[in-house]
Design a protein around this ligand. Structure first.
Ligand code: F6P
Length: 545
């Protein structure tokens, strides 16, 4: 496999970027030169509007990025994924999260069949819980769901359930426990009643330390609270690809919802890992979430690259990482309901693309996945946006905004939120020159000397790129589309960088060492087998425990 940096398009992009730089091209200048820029660089997918005009790019940039995609075989790679080819080569399996929401005529029908069968089972279970036919040990209906999982078995369902609070059924409460810190589970249990609580133990492997330990606390708590051991099956269900281990833990076989090795953890919220979502909002909205994702799948598969949202997003990410020196990207949902979206995106992008070797195991010669971070706007404006505007790092931003609020009485305040969002991308792009700052200070009555000195601190360089994704409203369908577009964006990046986006070997080392350190913490005598720092931390903890 030859490095993407050796391709013709990559080399063209390198000199194109230098030209833009040397010519002092700015995004604001490109807008001044082309009145139609805003209209030309936008796409619409149902109620989702994608504005990518505030990027440092021209038609030439986009055309060359598409050449790069062609040289990398992006179209064939997309077709291969939808066909169920074995694209996760290090684990010898396909990556078929699309099969969970979209019929795939060219793939083995067993994938779609398994997905549909599971949806039907989920539906039956959700109906029983909601109707009160499924009761706890004392005969009361379930009103609290506690999902125990971590990583992909937590972040997706937690993010979606939080984002769709507006759809939450009034009789259902849901909690998500992930952290190994027992405080997380204990503080959650303090809010629950064992008679009416259902635990979902969500773990693809059913071997994840955090999840198994938290599930053990939950089981003990249930019994301590007076729960009937014989009726434990009414309070514990599992979602896993490892039924045998779930049964060993004590979960009845009929309470195990399947997951498959062809669905990666971070791509799994569409499967039975989404059970807490369906229990919270109901099956029809859950199906609408899948339908929204299906729209993104069809768009990704069928739209020409010049109008293909994930392709454009992915190529722009490659552009900034490969040529402009951007090492991070910020995700800014201007929506409290989407406040967990950046955390979800961190796993999606960084676990998929945080790799240093290509699919053949050769060292990458180009920078790969960026650091992804962010939080809900407008909060960030009063903390880290300072660095976005005036810091020395170059950080492309994705703004996500919702036109309609669910709180109509506060429509005007919501309009202020939108104004904050749109003006932030504007400020990042246009900045403020020293002359502007100086004149403003003079107009405020400051004397020239002081204005000159202060103006230097008020300079905002601008020319910082951003995308804006504007959703008409936040509902299950639009959320499904949004998430799936980002999944595909990650796939595009992985194809260009020639990375396997579906494995995560890097996390294993920490797990191995964790076991050894745990043994040392429990030992009778002081530890001297590791480095001096780790030994000291272990020994100090042992003495003070
Ligand atoms: O350790 C990383 C990881 O394997 C993630 O990829 C995964 O989403 C998470 O742990 C949880 O894994 P599981 O669902 O098998 O418990």
């Amino acid at each position: 496999m030859t490095s993407p940096s050796r391709s013709k398009a990559w080399q063209k992009l390198a000199s194109h970027y230098l030209n833009l730089h040397h010519n002092g091209t700015t995004i604001a200048g490109l807008f001044q030169a082309d009145a139609s820029r805003g209209e030309r660089y936008q796409c619409q997918l149902d109620g989702l509007f994608f504005d990518y005009s505030k990027n440092l790019m021209t038609d030439d940039t986009l055309a060359t990025l598409r050449e790069l995609a062609d040289e990398a075989g992006l179209q064939q790679a997309i077709t291969g994924m939808y066909r169920g080819e074995c694209i996760n080569t290090t684990e010898n399996r396909p990556a078929l999260h699309v099969a969970l929401r979209t019929p795939l005529p060219d793939a083995d029908p067993a994938f779609n069949a398994a997905a549909n069968e599971t949806l039907t089972r989920m539906s039956g279970f959700v109906d029983k819980v909601h109707s009160g036919a499924w009761t706890g040990y004392s005969g009361k209906a379930i009103d609290t769901v506690i999902n125990i999982g971590i990583g992909g078995s937590d972040l997706g369902p937690a993010m979606v359930s939080t984002a769709l609070q507006h759809w939450r059924l009034p009789q259902m409460r849901s909690f998500f426990v992930s952290n190994l810190d027992p405080a997380h589970m204990r503080q959650t249990l303090a809010q629950a009643n064992a008679e009416t609580t259902l635990f979902i133990v969500a773990s693809k492997s059913f071997g994840t330390l955090e999840t198994l330990r938290n599930a053990a606390i939950a089981r003990r708590w249930y019994l301590d609270e007076g729960g009937d051991e014989a009726l434990l099956h009414r309070h514990f269900v599992a979602v896993t690809a490892n039924t045998a281990r779930a049964q060993e833990f004590g979960i009845a076989e009929e309470n195990v919802f399947p997951l498959w090795d062809w669905v990666g953890g971070r791509y799994s919220l569409w499967s039975a890992i989404g059970l807490p979502i369906a229990l919270s909002i109901g099956m029809a909205p859950f199906r609408a979430l899948l339908a929204g994702a299906r729209r993104a799948d069809e768009h990704f598969r069928d739209a020409p690259f010049e109008r293909n949202i994930p392709v454009i997003m992915g190529l722009l990410s490659v552009w900034y990482g490969g040529f402009a020196g951007a090492t991070s990207q910020v995700v800014l949902p201007y929506s409290q309901e989407l406040h967990l979206f950046p955390a979800f995106m961190q796993q999606l992008e960084m676990e998929s693309l945080g790799k240093s070797v290509d699919r053949d195991g050769n060292r990458l010669l180009v920078p790969s996945g960026p650091v992804v971070w962010g939080s809900a706007g407008s909060n960030g404006q009063h903390s880290f946006h300072q660095l976005l505007h005036q810091g020395t790092h170059y950080i492309p931003a994705d703004f996500i905004a919702i036109v309609h609020t669910h709180f109509e009485a506060d429509a005007e305040q919501h309009r202020r939120l939108l104004a904050s969002c749109f003006s932030q991308s504007q400020a990042l792009m246009q900045g403020k020159s020293q002359r502007q700052a100086f004149n403003e200070l003079l107009a405020e009555g400051m004397d020239e000397g002081a204005a000159y000195a202060l103006a230097k601190h008020k300079v905002v360089p601008g020319n910082k790129p951003s995308n804006t994704l504007l959703l008409e409203q936040l509902d299950p369908q639009s959320l499904g589309t949004l998430i799936a577009l980002y999944e595909h964006k990650v796939f595009v990046e992985s194809v260009i960088w020639q990375i396997n986006a579906f494995d995560q070997w890097g996390v294993e080392l920490g797990k191995q060492l964790g076991e050894q350190v745990f043994t040392a913490l429990n030992a009778e005598s002081d530890c001297d087998r590791f480095d001096a720092s780790t030994n000291a931390l272990i020994n100090r903890s042992r003495r003070h425990e």
